[in-house]
Design a protein around this ligand. Structure first.
Ligand SMILES: Nc1nc2c(c(=O)[nH]1)N[C@H]1C(S)=C(S)[C@@H](COP(=O)(O)OP(=O)(O)OC[C@H]3O[C@@H](n4cnc5c(=O)[nH]c(N)nc54)[C@H](O)[C@@H]3O)O[C@H]1N2
Ligand SMILES: Nc1nc2c(c(=O)[nH]1)N[C@H]1C(S)=C(S)[C@@H](COP(=O)(O)OP(=O)(O)OC[C@H]3O[C@@H](n4cnc5c(=O)[nH]c(N)nc54)[C@H](O)[C@@H]3O)O[C@H]1N2
Ligand code: SF4
Ligand SMILES: [Mo]
Length: 746
């Protein structure tokens, strides 16, 4: 491997010959973004949107001031995602539009005087280059050798373009780095997933159990609002977290569990609920499969046994089990969202699913409801070509329960090995900062060095852009149309995003990029619509609305087709599992060679002098995407490191002091992080918020602020069922002096 093939380029080092060319000639061919319909919308003072600061996608209104400049974004009253109120990040979303560090022009990697630099090019030139490379890759390796890594709304259009080109390889970090294990576990148990927004009926629950889920810092809007409603109505909150989270502070019970031992607690709860006969007998008898096997299986997992593992006292385990049973069926053992922790995550989530089944909460008010969404057809197009090879080739029966493509596997498939026939040769990366998002950075960088083509579409000069051959600036969500937001909810509901202003600089929306590139690839048949308005209007008309209507109302609710929000008393119901029942004992797991009933596996504990690296969210930021946002950095601009007072004393660490962190593999953090001495974290762990420690200097507010958890996550525990990356088995120690440049950088 030639390690200099793709030198990291700071976006600031633009080639001298950089020349701005507007895409006017090209625009006249493929349709300008600003055709009549859009120019007309610029007259509106208030335009509908849905938020892109996180994936809760709250619908809102954008208001402009008298000068026609974007002024504020507020929640849409009729939208069940936000009920008229945005979270602090959503309100600060206008900062994405105003951020002066934004990507402004298409850039191409060129060599000048023996040095790789970026040169500003026209859209036409950039897309010509990409199309030529993609054609060459298709010819030499097959179109399936192109992959799309995407997170965010515009990915739909790029995905359509890639499928039309002949590759099914579209992946998002929201599966294997986030909620994949949860979906797989719930599918195996109930035949249905949890989906997004989660189908948790929090507002009507009497007991909410948060096991790792830190709602309140995790600011998914509707859930936070419903949790506070439930608290006001007297619901019991039980929080299991090694850290005293915001949720813990609102809880009747806080169980400061020893990290990595949640499975033991879950199994002990199941043991108690079965042995004390606190489960919903009628429900289990009617709907569940494998109760006797489960009962026999959990006899070994007593609260006394779990105490030794989790440090949670048997009485607390019994008392909390009783609280759940008292509330049953209006109880939710929350499945969490970012659940890729220790590698046995699908199994842990199976235990969560089983517990909910025993409590009868699936399909019940105050438990889990059955969501419904509108069925919106896609704009007509010819069938996609069938790929000759897929990412699964060569995997044999590994990760056989994955329901989506595993991002880290596609990354791995980009590194040639002797025994893998299928290789990925080109990436389009859209709206995902893979350097901070995928664990094991060394592997990500090695994959990147082996590519024939790397295109990055982003709004900001994030780390991933510095490795691209071509960087394409997308305009922000406030400056574009996107696909109709179509969410599964208590009532089906759709929302429109339309541009509130023209794209700044020379940025363009993904829908335009996808269409323009598609046409250059000769895929005209797949892009028959004149422009996005025509396409959206066609789609909306299929469901009894129109673009004109949606521009006025922003959000439209539909009546449910089926009266099945909850199961009716004694209703017969066939679950989509192979037995037609809720599978306490999973036939799917057994059939695929996995454990049909969850078992406890011991995980590594920190070596002497090291602490488990724990990470999470802060209310004012989303991952790394907001780290440079002028409005949000004003609230919080660097992460800190939570350290237990006992540990601080032992190391002589003071509040506010900066330290570097070194992990079990000798990797040292590039930047230092401020110590926060607090009783709110156990002595065996430290905690930081994910998304900080940026090394790209062009991020003028984020550069060097705080530390990155990702660079310290080098030990990845793969989930055997679905390939998720367990990231919480990494341990760090403190360095109080600035270390030499770490190896990877020297
Ligand atoms: N170490 C560690 N890794 C994690 C996590 C963690 O907690 N710790 N969390 C995991 C989870 S749960 C998730 S869901 C993923 C999230 O992973 P990502 O979604 O990749 O997270 P971000 O770091 O926010 O990167 C988003 C990128 O999109 C760009 N962007 C923002 N808006 C737009 C837009 O409108 N268009 C385009 N084209 N680009 C845009 C941003 O500038 C940024 O480069 O990360 C996972 N990885
Ligand atoms: N403000 C804000 N909100 C967000 C996001 C954001 O970026 N910013 N991202 C959204 C996304 S995509 C996701 S996936 C969610 C993620 O949010 P969640 O699904 O709620 O949380 P996790 O990241 O799994 O867990 C973080 C919590 O787990 C605790 N924890 C760590 N180790 C253990 C353990 O061994 N056992 C137990 N029981 N607890 C442990 C941590 O102390 C922390 O409180 O947040 C969503 N909401
Ligand atoms: S929860 Fe906040 S950041 Fe996420 S979509 Fe809603 S308003 Fe935006
Ligand atoms: Mo996530």
């Amino acid at each position: 491997m030639d390690s200099n093939r793709r030198e990291f380029i700071k976006i600031s080092s633009l080639g001298l010959g950089g020349l701005m060319l507007s895409g006017t000639i090209f625009d006249s061919v493929s349709g300008s973004i600003f055709n009549d319909a859009v120019s007309e919308t610029m007259k509106y003072i208030r335009t509908p949107t849905y938020c892109e600061v996180c994936f809760w996608k709250c619908a809102g209104w954008v208001t402009k001031n008298e000068d026609g400049e974007i002024w504020k974004v507020e929640g849409h009253q009729d939208d069940p995602h936000c009920n008229g109120r945005f979270c602090p990040r959503g309100t600060g979303g206008v900062g994405m539009y105003h951020d002066e560090d934004r990507l402004k022009q298409p850039l191409m990697r060129v060599e000048e005087n023996g040095k790789q630099v970026y040169k500003e090019v026209s859209w036409d030139a950039a897309l010509d280059f990409i199309a030529d490379k993609m054609k060459a890759i298709a010819k030499e390796h097959g179109p399936e050798s192109m992959a799309l890594f995407t997170h965010g709304s515009g990915g739909k259009f790029l995905g359509h373009m890639l499928k039309a080109y002949g590759s099914p390889h579209i992946t998002a970090p929201s599966f294997a780095q986030c909620r994949g294990p949860r979906e797989v576990a719930f599918y195996s148990t109930f035949g249905e997933g949890i989906l997004s927004p989660e189908r948790t009926d929090i507002r009507d629950t009497d007991c909410l159990v948060l096991i790792g889920s830190h709602i309140g810092e995790n600011m998914h809007n509707g859930q936070v609002q419903e949790m506070s409603q439930a608290i006001d109505k007297g619901a019991t909150i039980i929080t299991v977290d090694p850290r005293f989270s915001t949720a813990a502070s609102k809880s009747k019970y806080w169980l400061p569990i020893k990290p990595a031992t949640d499975m033991a607690l879950l199994l002990a709860w199941i043991n108690v609920i079965i042995n004390e006969e606190w489960y919903d007998k009628e429900y289990v008898e009617k709907y569940a499969f494998g109760f006797d096997e489960l009962k026999a299986h959990v006899q070994q997992y007593t609260p006394e046994w779990a105490y030794g593992i989790t440090t949670i006292e048997p009485k607390v385990i019994r008392d909390t089990a009783k609280e759940m049973a008292n509330a049953s069926p209006a109880v939710i053992v929350h499945p969490g969202r970012h659940v890729t922790w220790y590698g046995d995550d699908t199994q842990r989530l199976r235990a969560v699913a089983i517990l909910n089944a025993l409590l009868g909460s699936w399909g019940r008010r105050g438990g889990f409801y059955s969501p419904e969404k509108v069925s919106i057809p896609s704009y007509p197009h010819p069938p996609y070509p069938k790929a000759k090879r897929t990412w699964k080739d060569g995997l044999e029966d590994k990760f056989s329960l994955a329901t989506e493509i595993i991002s880290n596997e596609l990354c791995g498939a980009s590194i040639p090995t002797k025994d893998r026939e299928f290789n990925v040769k080109g990436w389009i990366v859209n709206g995902t900062n893979l350097i901070h998002t995928l664990p094991d950075q060394k592997k990500t960088l090695e994959a990147i060095q082996n590519l024939d083509l790397l295109v990055v579409i982003d709004t900001m000069p994030m780390e991933i852009t510095g490795y691209a051959d071509v960087v394409l600036p997308e305009c922000t969500y406030l400056e574009r149309y996107d696909a109709i937001r179509n969410s599964p909810h208590r009532e089906p509901v759709i929302a429109l995003r339309m541009p509130a202003a023209e794209p700044k600089y020379n940025s363009k929306p993904d829908w335009w990029i996808a269409k323009a590139l598609g046409i250059k690839l000769g895929l005209n048949e797949f892009f028959k619509y004149k422009n996005i308005e025509a396409m959206l209007d066609w789609q909306l008309k299929q469901v009894g609305s129109s673009l004109e209507e949606m521009k006025k109302v922003g959000v439209k609710k539909y009546k449910r087709k089926y009266d099945d929000l909850y199961l009716a008393d004694g209703q017969d119901f066939e679950f989509s599992t192979s037995t037609g029942k809720i599978e306490l004992y999973s036939t799917e797991m057994a059939g695929s060679g996995y454990a049909p009933l969850p078992t406890y596996t011991e995980h590594a504990q920190p070596p002497q002098g090291f602490y488990r690296l724990n990470y999470g969210r802060t209310p004012a930021h989303t991952f790394s995407r907001t780290a440079n946002n002028p409005n949000l950095t004003a609230i919080y601009d660097e992460n800190d490191l939570w350290v237990n007072p006992k540990v601080a004393k032992q190391w002589g660490l003071k509040n506010g002091q900066y330290v570097w962190l070194k992990n079990q593999d000798g990797i040292v953090s590039t930047f230092s992080i401020k110590v926060r001495v607090t009783e709110r974290i156990r002595w065996d762990s430290v905690y930081m918020v994910h998304g900080f420690g940026h090394s790209e200097k062009k991020l003028s507010r984020a550069f060097g602020k705080g530390a990155s958890d990702t660079e310290l996550i080098t030990n990845v525990k793969l989930d055997p069922e679905m390939g998720g990356t367990g990231m919480r088995e990494n341990f760090v120690t403190f360095l109080t002096e600035k270390p030499e440049l770490k190896e990877a950088e020297s």
